[in-house]
Design a protein around this ligand. Structure first.
Ligand code: 13P
Ligand code: SF4
Length: 311
């Protein structure tokens, strides 16, 4: 078995040989974040995928992110180290059921979180990410009814913040759902004055205690400007790797689950990607994302709308 150093060298060699770009989400293992050409939140990764002049995109993230890259850059080869890297939000929203939901509300705009399948994107009017949702919702007239899926916590947060009454699809992220309010309050008491930054996929019981709510990149930026030197981080704990790199003098504590530690909040889908699988997918150019052209064009409309409205 090759060592970590040998694997890194091989990945570097293949990245050049294939003219590949490696994109990684903040929830990836530190060694994958460190290897990547670019690390970002879902919106930034979509923009990178749309703009790159590489021939191959190796996506260290989950499948809906790699699908998005392929929708926006169809001429590129897009590989995902592990095709089973899914998402509980995507799983909660089967296209046929979502279609029925849409059809039951024909006068509603379908505003949809990017954490969904290509089929659901194709059935939607506008896609949002957690960093673009607020800008986009504020451009939709107040009297325009909206259906929002699949994340009911992000939808509920937007409803409260913007005084809307969007109809919500009942999906949740299993990772953010696992934070415990009781344990968070204990941790706050042990760290008096430490602010809490939370992702909007968290339930309201966690959001209610947050000093800052935003996307992964938003939370990272907040860490740079927050008061004090300790931050409680209520999102997937691998993002702490970037915080510790950028701010070595500050202390970052992952918000706990019911067992009192943050390990139950590791995303099991993101964790499927490894250095070995990244190496293999650059070598074999498999597993590869393929999307039927008619479906891709439909899904691209709602994504393009997001990219226009978010800028
Ligand atoms: P962002 O990086 O856009 O905040 O998304 C978080 C997430 O859960 C991705 O699956
Ligand atoms: Fe899906 Fe949650 Fe994992 Fe993000 S953290 S990929 S929303 S299950």
């Amino acid at each position: 078995n090759p060592t970590g150093t040998e694997l890194r060298a091989e990945i570097d060699r293949l990245r050049k040989e294939r003219n590949a770009v490696i994109l990684a989400h903040y929830y990836q293992k530190p060694e994958l974040q460190d290897l990547a050409d670019f690390v970002g939140d879902s919106l930034e990764l979509s923009r990178k995928a749309a703009d790159t002049d590489a021939d191959v995109i190796a996506f260290c993230g989950v499948k809906f992110m790699a699908d998005t890259a392929k929708i926006l850059s169809p001429e590129k080869i897009v590989v995902l180290p592990d095709m089973d890297a899914g998402c509980s939000l995507e799983d909660s929203c089967p296209p046929q059921k979502f279609k029925a939901f849409r059809e039951a509300h024909p006068d509603h705009v379908a505003l949809t979180y990017i954490n969904c399948s290509t089929e659901v994107k194709a059935l939607s009017d506008i896609i949002v990410t957690s960093s673009s949702a607020e800008t986009i919702i504020s451009q939709i007239p107040k009297d325009q009814p909206i259906i929002f899926g699949p994340d009911r916590h992000l939808g509920g947060y937007l409803n409260r913040k913007f005084g809307r009454d969007m109809l919500l699809w009942p999906g949740v992220c299993i990772v953010h759902e696992a934070f415990s309010e009781k344990e968070l309050l204990k941790l706050k008491a042990q760290n008096p004055g430490a602010p809490v930054a939370a992702h909007p996929e968290c339930p309201p019981t966690i959001i209610d205690h947050a000093d800052y709510v935003g996307s992964t990149s938003g939370i990272l930026n907040y860490a740079k400007t927050m008061p004090g030197d300790t931050l409680i981080v209520a999102t997937e704990p691998h993002i702490i790797h970037q915080m510790e790199k950028a701010l070595p003098m500050k202390r970052f504590i992952g918000a706990p689950g019911a067992d009192g530690n943050c390990n139950c909040n590791i995303c099991p889908y993101m964790a499927l990607n490894t250095m070995e699988k990244l190496y293999a997918c650059l070598r074999d150019l498999e597993p590869r994302i393929e999307i039927e052209e008619g479906l891709r064009l439909k899904a691209k409309q709602s994504l393009d709308r997001m990219l226009e409205m978010a800028s």
